[in-house]
Write a protein that binds this ligand. Structure first.
Ligand code: PHE
Length: 344
């Protein structure tokens, strides 16, 4: 047995494989389940106790030698194999990677903001959790006005009156904050999320996004309001888009109006987007009520101004022909990735 082991030891020490196949043959020969080492251990079982003592050690050392040799060779051959594999063809085209896309509401918001920025408007923001004063009272809402009712407003703290805290129902609250904290002239647009207690459906949601506009200076007139909004519509929807103003009512503007544009889908011919009228309402506007100016500490004899507010979901619906409001907040990638081409 000793002789045999010596012979194998010499063979192992001298072994230099040319490739991975030769190394595998070596493994099977010595370390395999039917290999030499296995046989030697089988043979070892049959020897007497005296020999067991001497050969036990020898056999174990031999096994360790074979294993060490195999591992060492495997490692060096392994890195050779790797090296041949890493001959990369740099002329091959790279793998494309998926890019994200901007949300349609962000695209619209940016587009609207850019139009007004070119007219000298700055961007302002305010909190989504508002007190009664900024959301209602300062804006000339009578105390018993139905908009304050639980049906429309998500109250956070209801103290039955001017101490109420609520989620803002419109971005007009930012107008108040702006006027209170600064000095005229003001020329700002205020984008943000607003909340109303509505059942969620294709046409209504409990939150949506608005962009508010405010322009206060000396001698600002209704014709300034009309011209500014007319310019905005031509920029956003293209020249030739018709505009019309209808008298309306808001507590914080006097006179008040709602502005319609000719339906961008059917160009006024009538379709289900415009309910076959040829017109779609896109915003509310008016001259800032003198009471509001006074409430915000502005001299209403010296200054006048206009304000407007629009929901951007509506604007996006018209631009992208989206008929279900819920798509904006469901984050379905099949919907979102359609806006991929518009990455800026
Ligand atoms: N705040 C109004 C609304 O949410 C819109 C509006 C803003 C109207 C400014 C007039 C002036 O419906």
């Amino acid at each position: 047995m000793q002789e045999q082991i010596d012979q194998y030891t010499a063979e192992i020490n001298a072994f230099t494989p040319a490739n991975a196949d030769e190394l595998e043959t070596f493994r099977i020969k010595f370390l395999g389940t039917k290999g030499i080492i296995k046989d030697l251990f089988e043979e070892f079982k049959t020897v007497g106790p005296e020999e067991k003592r001497t050969f036990g050690k020898v056999l174990n050392q031999f096994k360790q030698l074979a294993e060490a040799k195999y591992n060492e060779l495997k490692e060096s051959l392994g890195s050779e194999i790797e090296n041949t594999k890493s001959e990369i063809d740099l002329t091959l085209p790279g793998d494309g990677f998926a890019v994200g896309s901007r949300h349609p509401l962000s695209l619209i918001r940016t587009e609207i903001i850019d139009i007004f920025k070119r007219l000298g408007f700055v961007v302002a923001e305010g909190p989504e959790i508002e007190d009664d004063w900024h959301n209602f009272s300062a804006l000339n809402f009578p105390e018993e006005h139905p908009a304050r009712d639980m049906q429309d407003t998500f109250f956070i703290k209801k103290n039955h009156g001017t101490d109420d805290i609520a989620l803002r129902t419109h971005t007009s609250s930012v107008q108040v904050r702006m006027m209170e904290n600064g000095k005229p002239p003001f020329r700002a647009i205020m984008p943000g999320r607003v909340y109303r207690n509505e059942a969620i459906s294709a046409r209504a949601h409990c939150f949506f996004h608005q962009i508010e506009g405010l322009y206060i200076d000396e001698n600002v007139s209704f014709s300034d309001l009309k011209q500014t909004l007319y310019h905005f519509v031509q920029e956003l929807y293209g020249e030739g888009t018709q505009v019309r103003f209808r008298p309306s009512y808001f507590p914080f503007t006097e006179p008040s109006a709602e502005m319609d544009i000719s339906c961008t889908i059917c160009k006024g011919a009538g379709c289900n987007m415009c309910k076959y009228t040829g017109w779609v309402e896109i915003l509310g506007c008016g001259m800032v009520d003198p009471n509001v100016l006074t409430n915000c500490g502005i001299d209403n004899q010296k200054y006048t101004g206009f304000a407007f507010g629009m929901g951007i979901e509506r604007i996006a619906n018209l631009k992208y022909v989206i008929r279900d409001l819920r798509l904006f907040s469901e984050n379905d990638v099949r919907f979102l990735k359609q806006f991929q081409t518009e990455i800026i």
